[in-house]
Design a protein around this ligand. Structure first.
Ligand code: AMP
Length: 140
């Protein structure tokens, strides 16, 4: 994203303020999903708590396409370790809750792309919830 200097400064102070609001979370200035979690970039939220946020994907690949992200910056699946595994697990529990709330009783798919081969484009851990139609049986 290209920002003019003035915007950059206000962005920096917004990020700093968010970092104060979410002391336990590390907010990366140039991370799109950190900014969405902090409310600096708007999103269509369907759920949030103190640890994670769920919002509709901007380019849905299924009738229901929601992303669940931790507020804390974790680069992706490869950034999960013993210390933050409970947070990743919480995101998955929230994904199940959101899927139920979205009425996906016929089923859904949870996807987390990790790295270039998987096509990860945003390097902040996220779980896609895909549903609302019969999904392709091809997984790769
Ligand atoms: P991935 O390719 O697995 O890293 O997934 C990134 C996802 O983020 C893609 O499905 C994008 O459509 C989605 N995305 C990118 N920017 C936004 C945004 N501003 N709001 C909501 N979803 C977004």
């Amino acid at each position: 994203m290209v920002l003019r200097n003035g915007h950059n400064r206000s962005l920096q102070s917004a990020v700093k303020n968010s970092a104060i609001l979410h002391k336990e979370c590390s907010i990366m200035e140039n991370c799109l999903f950190c900014k969405i979690a902090a409310g600096i970039i708007p999103s269509t939220r369907v759920y949030e708590d103190e640890l994670c946020v769920a919002f509709r994907d901007i380019a849905p690949q299924a009738p229901t396409h929601i992303l669940v992200i931790p507020r804390e910056h974790i680069s992706g699946m490869s950034g999960i370790n013993e210390e933050n595994a409970a947070l990743a697990g919480h995101c998955l529990a929230v994904a199940a809750k959101v899927a139920a709330a979205e009425g996906l009783e016929n089923g859904y798919r949870i996807v987390s792309n990790c790295g270039d081969d998987a096509g990860q484009t945003v390097h902040h851990l996220h779980f896609h919830i895909l549903g609302g139609k019969k999904l392709s049986l091809e997984m790769a």
